[in-house]
Design a protein around this ligand. Structure first.
Ligand code: DGP
Length: 113
């Protein structure tokens, strides 16, 4: 399988509006925002989705969630935010690289549909 669009963003082959980066994680603004704030948080390790995580990824998964918290603080999301992981076809996953959506800046409906 070739590189996904997110691997190309990690490798800086295509541009993105990056809001956070460290040795394990990259976060950037979604190109099709569904809310005033819409950020994608991804591991640099190319994991397809949650179905493909392994016990060895435990620390990385924790680090991703702590990064979400850090980014939410950095973005000033004091009114709250939603974190979404779409896994597979029925969930609407379109990019085969694990990603957390951070959505904020408006009142979000539930159930999501
Ligand atoms: P999902 O549907 O959960 O697989 O979300 C994939 C998201 O990725 C979708 O909201 C649009 C976003 N996206 C797709 N291609 C690009 C891109 O080239 N740049 C950025 N910043 N976001 C992208």
């Amino acid at each position: 399988m070739g590189k996904t669009i997110f691997s190309k963003i990690i490798d800086k082959e295509i541009p993105a509006d990056i809001v956070y980066e460290d040795d394990q994680v990259l976060a950037f603004r979604d190109i099709v925002p569904q809310a005033p704030v819409h950020i994608l948080v991804i591991p640099k390790k190319p994991i397809l989705n949650l179905k493909h995580v392994e016990p060895e990824d435990q620390d990385l998964l924790g680090h991703l969630l702590l990064s979400v918290k850090k980014i939410a603080q950095q973005e000033g999301l004091s009114n709250g935010y939603r974190v979404v992981i779409n896994n597979g076809t029925d969930a609407g996953q379109t990019v085969d690289h694990l990603h957390f959506h951070i959505l904020a800046g408006r009142s979000l409906l539930w159930p999501p549909g």
